[in-house]
Design a protein around this ligand. Structure first.
Ligand code: CA
Length: 723
């Protein structure tokens, strides 16, 4: 029995001391005498995680130290024990059931024999990386009411490690430091104004002793920024705002004064957006931190900045000095963004041969559909080409670095269908880069999206404020049009040559919103799918080599690590996040599996098996008689998109495990008004008492009753069981 396993057994009884003395790859074999204090000092897990080590991770294949494995965020592992010649022998080593069956987006970190991950609701888990046994768990007790302010499910993308500490950002905007050995809370700071609709879903990074964390909320009327906190005590070191505030007040930085010249109207009343909710990378040689900035709030620029302007730093990649947060350079992917085209997607650093010379570059495949290669010292645009179908712009003008927009892309002449959708040609799902093949592996997708001005926009802080006609955000109701949209929708694994700026190969999937990717030196690319499989492909040509059923759709990215010479591949299963909410009906139409959220770890010869079955079939809907007038149903539909759509899904079809409101039972229908007013707040259904009233609730209920009857008819027509 190894000490790691001993530790797992001991941790439940001796939580503080039990683990310190045993959890670590450097621990002596069981039975060998060693003074307790010395053992504690040498074996405390993650104690040795430093900036030097994260920067030099290429020379340390066994570990996964930071969100993208190292500061370059390449998500490439030099491990090759599992490779294209033997991957078919990969089997399940262990699994761990997470507490909440919701979207699971985290990338686990592994060091010293411990796997650190988060699950939904920002819960942190430390697992024995060999056995999957729980060492400790930290539940930050996020108030369930917070779900109301989260655009995209109650997800979390993982932790950061630094010198024996674990850092997590919680959905309600706190940043917490935990003891890596015990999970004990060391400090906790509130990083946002909790009276506004800020959320944290992204993984922190640690650079030069500072924990970096942004936030989300640009659909709800907030102003974005990134903060740096001292690792030791959580004191704020600096904060970089991404959009200017009220120009009547002093600007926080020269960068904000510059940015304010690119805005018009009274944008500060709407927050402006520009949240830094996911991507960061760091170059230790240049000492530059790169951040990805999100969309405008509201999306519709005509409301936000009515006389136009580029609206810096929306949809930009910004380089900062990590010591001070001082602005160095920026590149704006989508000037005057008006489509939710964030540049928060994965930022990756690499050295590429450009015009025959090695060049330090930064790569991004943001939502807007262009793949960008920048010189990361200066921000100079080196190339930009479409990696998916794009209809909002024809190309990027290399002399100006700006996209050339198509006619009516800004829906000034009426509603228009645009590629990519607000979900992007690529969303947060991490891509990976193999220096061996020279290819970037992108979880790409093609989704059409209707855009058009909303009539009589009213800004309501804390609620969805996109400024787009809500009817255009949903699937068309008539069957032929709906089917036509579904036929256009694609998802694929795209192997992209960033030097040639063209596809090397691609594998098409039945639908969008598939998982992040992992590239390894074993000539392999791993990716989980929305359909519920973990796949392995040959990295050089895309041949499918292996698949394992995950019991749930996958959106997270896999990782790999090695302990005692054995290589493992781990991924979180649990389909959710923004995709199933916005394209919920698409999810169900394609017959995807349910969500059973788990950590799954594979190794060669692994013999573990998952329990049978997924989520039991739902009951049939039990709606009351449909007596409401079509006019009331129509009013209710509009209100549904104001209040409910963001969690319960398009057309009231929930593709995730958030309740499908068409399937409410008789008792839930009876209690509907009370539930909206907060009767189930402790179960995660927030109270809308301060936003709505009984007349509005009755209208919403009429709409949902109508949808439930439509579902009953569909079931009767198809003869199928409820899905
Ligand atoms: Ca957004």
């Amino acid at each position: 029995m190894t000490l790691t396993r001993l530790c797992a057994a001991a941790v439940s009884t001796v939580l503080v001391l039990g683990c310190i003395s045993g959890c670590g790859s450097k621990a002596p074999p069981s039975g060998e005498a060693q003074p307790a204090a010395e053992a504690a000092a040498s074996a405390k897990p993650a104690q040795g995680v430093t900036g030097e080590r994260i920067a030099a991770v290429a020379s340390e294949p066994e570990v996964w130290l930071s969100y993208g494995r190292g500061y370059d965020e390449q998500r490439y592992s030099p491990l090759d024990s599992i490779n294209d010649a033997n991957v078919e022998g990969l089997g399940l080593a262990w699994y761990y059931d997470l507490d909440y069956n919701r979207g699971q987006e985290a990338t686990p970190l592994v060091v010293d024999g411990v796997l650190y991950t988060t699950g939904a609701w920002s819960v942190v888990y430390a697992l024995d990386a060999v056995t999957g046994e729980l060492l400790w768990k930290h539940d930050p007790a996020v108030p369930k009411q917070t779900a109301q302010q989260a655009c995209c499910d109650v997800v979390n993308r993982g932790v950061a490690l630094w010198q024996g500490k674990v850092f997590v950002g919680t959905l309600d905007g706190r940043l917490q430091a935990l003891d890596a050995a015990t999970g004990k809370l060391l400090w906790s700071v509130v990083t946002v104004d909790q009276s506004q609709a800020y959320t944290i879903t992204g993984a922190p990074r640690v650079v030069k002793g500072k924990v970096l964390i942004g936030n989300g909320g640009a659909e709800f009327g907030v102003r974005g920024y990134l903060s740096a906190y001292d690792v030791n005590d959580g004191s704020l070191v600096w904060r970089f705002f991404t959009v200017p505030g009220d120009p009547a007040k002093p600007f926080e930085s020269p960068a904000m004064e510059m940015a304010a010249k690119t805005w018009t109207g009274e944008w500060w009343n709407y927050g402006g957006g520009g949240t830094v909710w996911d991507s960061m990378a760091y170059d230790p040689e240049l000492d530059l931190l790169y951040i990805g900035v999100g969309n405008g709030s509201p999306w519709n620029q005509k409301i936000r900045s009515p006389d136009g302007g580029d609206n810096l730093f929306l949809s930009s990649i910004v380089a900062l000095k990590p010591d001070t947060g001082e602005y160095v350079w920026h590149y704006q992917t989508t000037p005057g963004e008006t489509w939710d085209y964030t540049a928060t997607q994965h930022i990756m650093l690499a050295e590429l041969p450009i015009d025959g010379k090695p060049r330090k570059v930064l790569m991004q495949a943001p939502k807007n559909g262009f793949f960008y290669v920048l010189d990361r010292a200066t921000g100079e645009l080196l190339s930009a080409e479409p990696y998916v179908k794009i209809t909002w712009a024809t190309h990027v003008d290399m002399s100006t670095g700006r996209p050339v927009e198509t006619e009516n892309a800004r829906y000034t002449a009426g509603p228009v269908t645009i590629f990519p959708a607000n979900q992007g040609g690529h969303n947060w799902h991490p891509m990976s880069y193999s220096p061996k093949t020279g290819l970037v592996y992108i979880p790409a997708q093609e989704i059409p999206q209707g855009y058009g001005d909303v009539k009589d926009f009213i800004f309501r802080p804390g609620l969805l404020n996109v400024g787009i006609d809500p009817l255009l955000l949903q699937l068309p109701q008539d069957e032929p049009t709906k089917q036509a949209v579904l036929d256009m929708l694609k998802g694929y694994l795209l192997a992209w040559d960033p030097v040639q700026q063209k596809a090397a190969w691609r594998v098409e999937y039945p639908g969008a919103w598939n998982g992040g990717t992992l590239a390894t030196a074993g000539n392999l690319v791993f990716q989980g799918t929305a359909m519920g499989d973990l796949m392995a492909y040959r990295a050089d040509d895309g041949t499918a080599l292996w698949r394992a059923p995950a019991g749930s759709g996958i959106v997270a990215a896999p990782i790999t690590y090695s302990i005692d010479g054995e290589q493992y591949v781990t991924v979180l299963a649990g389909w959710g996040g923004a995709g199933p909410i916005v394209v919920g009906e698409i999810a169900k139409l394609e017959g995807r599996v349910g969500n059973v959220s788990r950590v799954l770890t594979f190794k060669l010869g692994g013999k573990a098996t998952l329990p049978p079955g997924g989520i039991p079939a739902d009951r049939r809907p039990e709606p009351p008689p449909a007596t409401a007038s079509p006019a009331l149903v129509a009013v209710g539909e509009k209100l549904y998109y104001d209040y409910c759509f963001v969690c319960h899904g398009d057309n009231a079809v929930s593709g995730s495990t958030i309740p499908d409101l068409r399937y409410m039972d008789a008792a839930t229908h009876q209690a509907f008004a009370g539930i909206v007013m907060g009767a189930r707040a402790d179960k995660g259904m927030p109270s809308f008492a301060k936003y709505t009233n009984i007349d509005e609730i009755n209208a919403i209920h009429a709409y949902l009753t109508d949808r439930a009857h439509a579902e009953l008819e569909r079931l009767a027509d198809s003869g199928s069981e409820p899905d």
